[in-house]
Design a protein around this ligand. Structure first.
Ligand SMILES: [Fe+2]
Length: 225
């Protein structure tokens, strides 16, 4: 029997011509893992493995980073709407000026000595996660002439099993770059694109301190046919 992964209509195609590097990244052929590896449980982390300070990206250096301080929170759920507790959520992002603290980033925007741009946390018993960070800036990339990425935060979420793992990007409401971004547009279903955009949330917002955004994440084990 030949098995192949089923793509959700909301998933972008592996090879999206507008996003040039997918031509090299898209699998030409898919190989199946041996059966005993189909459903191994995901990694388990204890409270001692993840420091609570890891979720505050503004606290990792002596001073505070420049930019607009924000809170990003939400829930990790399975496709049945059940919360996924105690699972690892990791984020990475550019600084407020649109520059990654990474040697391959050659954008002329300034680095911020008080911002590395990486954080992690575990969801609580109800599947909630929360990060304190600064709003990332848009940045140019070389995909095509005058190409700029909308502001975004990269997310990696481990679910209950390795087959649940999701790597995605969170965007901010109303970004004028959405229409021009081949990565965002590679998701062809407009409703699925909407799900990549966080929503401004006054309840998450803390008075006199930081705006809050909500971004719920639903994990679905890759089905095979
Ligand atoms: Fe990025």
């Amino acid at each position: 029997m030949k098995l192949r992964p089923v793509q959700d209509p909301g998933d972008p195609p592996y090879d999206s011509p507008g996003y040039r590097s997918t031509e090299l990244r898209a699998p030409k052929r898919l190989y199946l893992l041996p059966e005993e590896l189909h459903d191994p449980t995901g990694p388990v982390f204890g409270a001692a493995d993840v420091d609570p300070a890891d979720s505050d990206l503004t606290s990792h250096h002596e001073g505070e980073p420049l930019g607009e301080r924000i809170i990003v929170g939400g829930r990790v759920l399975d496709s049945g709407g059940r919360p996924i507790p105690h699972t690892l959520v990791e984020v990475w992002q550019a600084n407020a000026a649109g520059r990654y603290a990474h040697e391959v980033d050659r954008h002329s925007a300034p680095l911020d000595p008080n911002f590395t741009g990486a954080g992690r946390c575990l969801t609580d018993a109800e599947g909630n996660y929360r990060f304190v960070t600064v709003k990332p800036g848009a940045y140019p990339w070389k995909n095509h002439a005058n190409a700029w990425r909308p502001a975004h935060i990269h997310f990696s979420v481990f679910g209950r099993a390795f087959a649940d793992r999701l790597v995605t990007q969170m965007y901010f409401p109303g970004d004028p770059l959405f229409a021009h971004d081949p990565i965002f547009q590679s998701v062809r279903d407009p409703k699925a694109r909407e799900r990549l955009i966080s929503s401004f949330d006054l309840e998450t917002t803390e008075p006199e301190w930081a705006l809050g955004y909500r971004f719920d994440i639903v994990l679905r084990t890759t089905p095979f046919e």
